[in-house]
Design a protein around this ligand. Structure first.
Ligand code: HEM
Length: 290
């Protein structure tokens, strides 16, 4: 996917040059995953516009302080997305040999009598959009803010571009875009000195684990050369993030090319964090590019 990703990124960078008041969340960090997930699901390019808003509305109720209006918005977004998916899937069913995107493959699989029920298929599509969108937007957005906040680390990256790989791992550790994980205890177990009974629902503090001084020397230091860096930004075990390779690639290409193209990049306003517990990122990053 590197080639098509680089093309998407370069087009967005080109658009930024003509924007009088660029916001690097809306116009860049948030726009890249929409295109990537759109490609993965085989959503036609001119039908992608609602994807970001649906994803944000569906994810909002994952927060503990969700209100009734946000819950309704989430439900409405699911209904609208399913309506859209019904039409998209019907179109793909008509041409069973067309396309190698994920929906086309799952539809073909179903046709062969092995696949998912319609509801399972909708769930997979909605899940993929949500899993891959806001998380990656925030990886890129958090990375931009961190490099602006720590110009010494940006200078290191400029001097040694291959550091982008460890830099992205450090962004995922230092400002974990997904702060909380979830598990249900299947058999009672001792965790440290706590006994957890079967069926206990556990919320895991990924962001806290990633600053554990027993694992990470000087944990509050942002150090793009940090290695080893066994962060839990993508979770762990058999349910480790299925999209981690594409997420890493998006982060690497997006950040590297942005700072190469705009070496004088500055933020023009203090960035405002989106104050959610699960997703860590910025509402906007207003920038002056040169
Ligand atoms: C920086 C970006 C991303 C972060 C921080 C992230 C983080 C996570 C985390 C913490 C989990 C839960 C893992 C666990 O329970 O142990 C997860 C699961 C998952 N993610 Fe990601 N993710 C990212 C991007 C993506 C992308 C781009 C995709 C798809 C294209 C994706 C697809 C998935 C899927 C399918 C799962 C469920 C895996 C399973 O339950 O077996 N993620 N992700």
């Amino acid at each position: 996917m590197r080639w098509s990703l680089t093309e998407i990124v370069d087009n967005l960078l080109q658009n930024l040059t003509t924007s009088s008041d660029p916001d690097l969340v809306a116009d860049y960090a948030g726009a890249i995953p929409v295109e990537i997930i759109g490609n993965l699901l085989g959503v036609p390019a001119d039908e992608r516009e609602p994807l970001r808003a649906w994803s944000l509305a569906i994810l909002r109720p994952l927060e503990v302080d969700t209100n009734a209006v946000q819950l309704q918005d989430g439900d409405r977004a699911v209904t609208e997305f399913i309506d859209y998916l019904e039409r998209l899937i019907a179109m793909k069913q008509k041409s069973l040999d067309g396309g190698d995107d994920i929906i086309a493959r799952l539809v073909k699989w179903r046709h062969e009598g092995r696949g998912l029920t319609p509801n399972e298929l909708y769930h997979q599509c909605i899940f993929l959009l949500n899993a891959g969108h806001e998380t990656t937007t925030n990886l890129i957005g958090n990375g931009i803010e961190l490099f602006v906040r720590f110009p010494g680390e940006l200078a290191k990256l400029r001097a040694e571009p291959s550091l982008i790989n460890t830099a992205v791992e450090e962004i995922l550790r230092y400002e974990s875009s997904n702060q909380l994980g979830n598990r249900t205890v299947t058999n009672s177990v001792m965790l440290g000195d706590k006994k957890l009974d079967k069926d206990t629902i556990v919320t895991i503090g990924i962001g806290a684990a990633n600053r554990d001084p027993k694992i990470f020397p000087d944990p509050n230091k942002f150090d793009i050369t940090r290695a080893p860096n066994p962060h839990l930004g993508f979770g762990a075990g058999i349910h480790t993030c299925a999209g981690l390779s594409v997420a890493r690639l998006e982060g690497q290409v997006a950040l590297q090319r942005l700072f190469q193209r705009f070496p004088e990049l500055e933020l023009t306003k203090a960035p405002i964090r989106d104050r959610r517990a699960r997703f860590r990122g910025f509402l906007s990053l207003d920038a002056k590019l040169n």
